[in-house]
Design a binder for this molecule. Structure first.
Ligand code: HSE
Length: 439
């Protein structure tokens, strides 16, 4: 049987997970693929760094260049993370015509086009299944399973840390800061937690999915991104009373031209979203990820699973290794290119063009005429109000006023809100959360 040799850079949590999974099921993979897969070298930070599974000592080196420069190694797995040295490693491996398998979403999001160009130049392939939604085979599904589809909409719960925090806030009526502190204690959230809770990790992931779905690389600078720091217990409660759950959604959705002068585009964004409790994504709780993919031919589909962790990520990494092994078995011919820029003139629609429904919570002085002033501002902006609640039993200088707003462009809503915020009767900054009905 033909054999392909693996090198891996990174022997921590995920790296040891990959090694363990290969030890357990490498034989099965060989039987399925007709190619034997053999680990040859693993570059680690330190031989004895703490890792959940042991790695064979005779494979370890602390010099990553040994992996890249070993002529017997055909496939290099990069599990270092970040956009610094990892980029040097990936480019060096591709330059040596080695196929690269990476889980590095930040690297792809930031430098995708440069890495794909380097892969194309060298004739080697670049695989990245583990970069989005851990063990869920979403990359393969978009590129292969759904190749006959256009994608009107993709909605993803793609960050497990945020989903864990929001799920607990809802279930326990807890405050964001308390759940975050607990999540850090339990090791679910990193310290500092910014990459996750400010939405950057979700931005990397939805950017990759949007790029594959729409055929132009989504520039991460253009992805409107909001995290979950400002989601409060009170909004969770009002949302629940209205029949909604708050989730951090990555959204990649075709958007129509808003006027004869403007162009169609793709909404690519990350923000906390009210979603109806009846929608399947509302039931995705804890650290789990899910992707709701709408194809124009296939219809609505749902993917659910673990988006992080050593074993789920190892499953995705080894599926890429399997594809790379099959490429090599077929004489190095690349069956599926990492990314095909098939859309000419594709664009990310600016957030101001995006039309959405909104949940709005204002803190207002409870006196005659306040509601009419707010309603007048919306009327002048041609924005429709679909419902208003001012719950009784709130006392003090200000009371909450909840408005559900019909579809309106972001720009119009933003301008109306700026005017509302200046009304003397409106205390505190208005809270606005977009609402998604998945229509
Ligand atoms: N930190 C990510 C999450 C996992 O919480 O989902 C790695 O992408």
């Amino acid at each position: 049987m033909q054999q392909v040799n693996l090198g891996m850079i990174g022997g921590g949590t995920v790296g040891s997970g990959v090694f363990h999974a290969w030890q357990k099921n490498g034989g099965l993979m060989a039987a399925r693929l007709g190619v034997k897969i053999q680990f040859r070298k693993i570059a680690v930070k330190a031989f004895d760094e703490p890792r959940p599974y042991p790695i064979a000592r005779n494979l370890m080196t602390t010099d990553w260049q040994e992996v890249i420069n070993d002529p017997q190694i055909h496939i290099v797995i990069e599990l270092v993370g970040g956009t610094g040295i990892a980029k040097t490693m990936v480019l060096a491996a591709l330059a040596q015509r080695k196929t690269v398998v990476t889980a590095n979403k930040a690297l792809l999001s930031t430098h995708g086009p440069e890495l794909f160009a380097a892969a194309a130049k060298s004739g080697a392939n670049l695989y990245f299944e583990a970069s989005v939604c851990g063990g869920i085979p979403i990359i393969k599904s978009l590129r292969e399973g759904f190749v006959a589809n256009q994608f009107p909409a993709i909605y993803g719960i793609v960050n497990g840390t945020c989903n864990y925090i929001l799920s607990r806030m809802k279930a326990e009526g807890a405050d964001f800061a308390d759940v975050l502190a607990d999540a850090q204690k339990l090791g679910y959230a990193e310290t500092p937690p910014d990459l996750d809770i400010d939405g950057h990790d979700a931005q990397h992931k939805i950017g990759i999915l949007a790029s594959l779905a729409h055929g132009f690389w989504a520039d991460h600078h253009q992805i409107h991104t909001e995290g979950i720091r400002d989601v409060s217990k009170i909004d969770m409660e009002f949302a629940a009373k209205l029949g909604y759950t708050i989730k951090l959604l990555g959204i990649a959705k075709q958007s129509k031209a808003q006027s004869p002068k403007s162009k169609a585009g793709v909404q690519v964004s990350v923000y906390p979203t009210l979603i109806p409790n009846t929608h399947v994504l509302a039931s995705v709780n804890g650290v789990f990820n899910a992707c709701f993919v709408r194809g124009d031919i296939v219809g609505d589909t749902l993917f659910y699973g673990r988006g992080a962790g050593k074993d789920a990520t190892a499953s995705a990494v080894l599926s890429d290794v399997a594809d790379a092994a099959l490429d090599l078995k077929n004489g190095g011919k690349i069956r599926v290119a990492p990314f095909v820029a098939c859309a000419k003139g594709g664009r990310i629609a600016p957030m101001d063009e995006i039309v959405s429904r909104y949940y709005l919570r204002l803190s207002v002085v409870d006196k005659p005429g306040v509601l009419s002033k707010i309603a007048a501002i919306f009327a002048a902006a041609k924005i429709g109000i679909s419902s208003v609640i001012q719950p009784e039993g709130h006392e003090g200088e200000s009371v909450p006023l909840i408005l559900m707003i019909h579809d309106a462009p972001n720009a119009a809503m933003r301008k109306a809100l700026a005017k509302i915020a200046k009304l003397p009767a409106v205390k505190n900054k208005p809270v606005m959360i977009r609402v998604e009905n998945f229509e």
